[in-house]
Design a protein around this ligand. Structure first.
Ligand code: ADP
Ligand code: MG
Length: 361
C-alpha cells in the first residue's frame, strides 16, 4: 500500500510562488496527472515530490511519514521513487539489459534474480529482442521504453514522469502512451505524470489535477473534468468548447440567442460551456423541427475547416452569437448554408466559477 500526500505545498522564489498551497492525496496504485500550461509549476511540484527541491511551506507524506518539509527533506535516493524525464537519460555505454538492471545491481541483488527481473520487464515493454543493443542503436521511442523499463524494474513505490513523451513524434507518442498505460495496469505503481497535453492526460490518467499559476483549479477523473468543468480555465484547457455568457434567472439560463432550463443554482451572471460535438446541423427550409429537450437555433455556416475525422464549423446564430460545431466528415454544409443548429438542453453546462463576470457586475 502506498499513499502520497501533498499538504499545502508551496515553493516561492523571492516573492513569486511557483507552486502555491497545493494539496492532494494519491490513492494506492493511482495514476494522477498534473496538467497545465508551461510555467504553471508542474516540474517544481514533481521535483519537490522527488526530493530535489525543499518546499518553502507545506509537507509531503509517503505512507504517512513526512518526507519533505521546510525544515528538511529525505534525499531522493532514499525515497523509493523513480523519475522519468523528457530526455531519456539512459547510460550510453551500457546495453539495454545492463541499463534496465542497473538499479538492481546497485541494490546488490543476486545475479540470477537480476537477470530474471530484467527479462520479465523487457518482455513487458517488448524490448527482449534488443537486450544486447546500445542506446545509440535504438530509436527515440525505444530509448524511452528502456528508461521506462529501468524505472519499473526497481519496483519503486512511486513513479514520477515529467513530460516523458514530448521528444517523440506524434504517432510514437500515442504508442508510448498506451505502453505507459499498460505498464501501469501490469505493475500498479502509484504514479504522478506531468504534461501540458490535455489529450495525453485524458488518455492515461485515473485523475487529473488542472494547474494554473501554481494552484489546482480542478482535480477529477478525465470524463468528469471534460463534462463538468468548474472554472473558465478548466473548461478552456480541457478540450475545445464554446463558452457563453448569460444569466441564470427564475429556473432558466438566459443567453443572448437562446434560453435553456436550469437545474438549480443561484440567480445571477452565468458562464456556460457547450462542446462543439454536441451540436448537430440540419438543413433549414421551413419551420423548426420539434423534439423534446432539444433547442433548434436558426443559424448560418460562416466557415468550415476539414480536419479529416470531422468538419469544424464556425456558425453564427441569428441573434448574433457565434458557435463552433463539429460534424461528421460525410456531412455537406458549405459556407453560407442556412441551418438549424440542434442543441440538446442537457449539453448546456453551467461553469460554476465566474470571476470575470462577477468582477463585471
Ligand atoms: N530556480 C528557479 N528560480 C526562479 N524561478 C523558477 C525556478 N524554477 C522554476 N521557476 C519558475 O517557476 C515557474 C514554474 O516552473 P516549472 O515548475 O518548471 O513549470 P512547468 O513545469 O509547469 O512548465 C516558472 O515561472 C519558472 O520560471
Ligand atoms: Mg516542466
Amino acid at each position: 500500500m502506498t499513499t502520497l500526500q501533498l499538504k499545502g505545498l508551496t515553493k516561492a522564489y523571492a516573492d513569486f510562488k511557483a507552486v502555491d498551497d497545493l494539496s492532494l492525496t494519491l490513492k494506492d496504485g493511482e495514476f494522477l496527472s498534473l496538467l497545465g500550461p508551461s510555467g504553471c509549476g508542474k516540474t517544481t511540484t514533481l521535483r519537490m515530490i522527488a526530493g530535489f527541491i525543499t518546499p518553502t511551506e507545506g509537507t509531503i507524506l509517503l505512507d504517512g511519514q513526512e518526507i519533505s518539509s521546510p525544515s528538511g527533506v529525505v534525499p531522493p535516493e532514499k525515497r523509493q521513487m523513480s523519475m522519468i524525464f523528457q530526455s531519456y537519460a539512459i547510460w550510453p555505454n551500457m546495453t539495454v539489459a545492463q541499463n534496465v538492471g542497473f538499479g538492481l545491481r546497485m541494490k546488490k541483488l543476486p545475479k540470477a534474480e537480476i537477470d530474471k527481473q530484467v527479462r520479465e520487464v523487457l518482455g513487458v515493454v517488448k524490448l527482449d529482442h534488443l537486450a544486447g543493443r546500445y542506446p545509440a542503436e535504438l530509436s527515440g521511442g525505444q530509448q524511452q521504453r528502456v528508461a521506462l523499463a529501468r524505472a519499473v524494474a526497481l519496483q519503486p513505490k512511486v513513479m514520477l514522469l515529467d513530460e516523458p513523451l514530448s521528444n517523440l513524434d506524434a504517432n510514437l507518442r500515442e504508442d508510448m502512451r498506451s505502453e505507459i498505460k499498460r505498464m501501469h495496469v501490469e505493475y500498479g505503481i502509484t504514479s504522478v505524470y506531468v504534461t501540458h497535453d490535455q489529450s495525453e492526460a485524458m488518455a492515461i490518467s485515473d485523475r487529473i489535477a488542472v494547474i494554473n499559476a501554481g494552484r489546482i483549479e480542478q482535480l477529477e477523473a478525465p470524463h468528469r473534468l471534460y463534462s463538468r468543468p468548474r472554472t473558465r480555465f478548466a473548461a478552456e484547457f480541457i478540450g475545445r468548447t464554446n463558452l457563453i455568457e448569460g444569466r441564470r434567472q427564475a429556473g432558466k439560463m438566459i443567453f443572448p440567442s437562446f434560453t435553456a432550463p436550469s437545474s438549480g443554482g443561484a440567480d445571477g451572471p452565468l458562464l456556460a460551456s457547450v462542446r462543439p460535438q454536441n451540436l448537430r446541423l440540419l438543413p433549414r427550409s421551413g419551420a423548426a423541427p420539434s423534439e423534446p429537450g432539444t433547442l433548434f437555433l436558426p443559424g448560418r455556416v460562416e466557415e468550415r475547416i476539414f480536419l479529416g475525422e470531422r468538419w469544424d464549423y464556425g456558425l453564427s446564430l441569428d441573434g448574433g452569437q457565434t458557435l463552433r460545431a463539429a460534424g461528421p466528415p460525410e456531412e455537406e454544409f458549405p459556407e453560407g448554408s442556412i441551418v438549424w443548429i440542434a442543441l440538446p438542453e442537457a449539453a448546456v453546462i453551467p461553469v460554476e466559477d465566474m470571476p470575470a463576470l462577477e468582477a463585471a457586475e
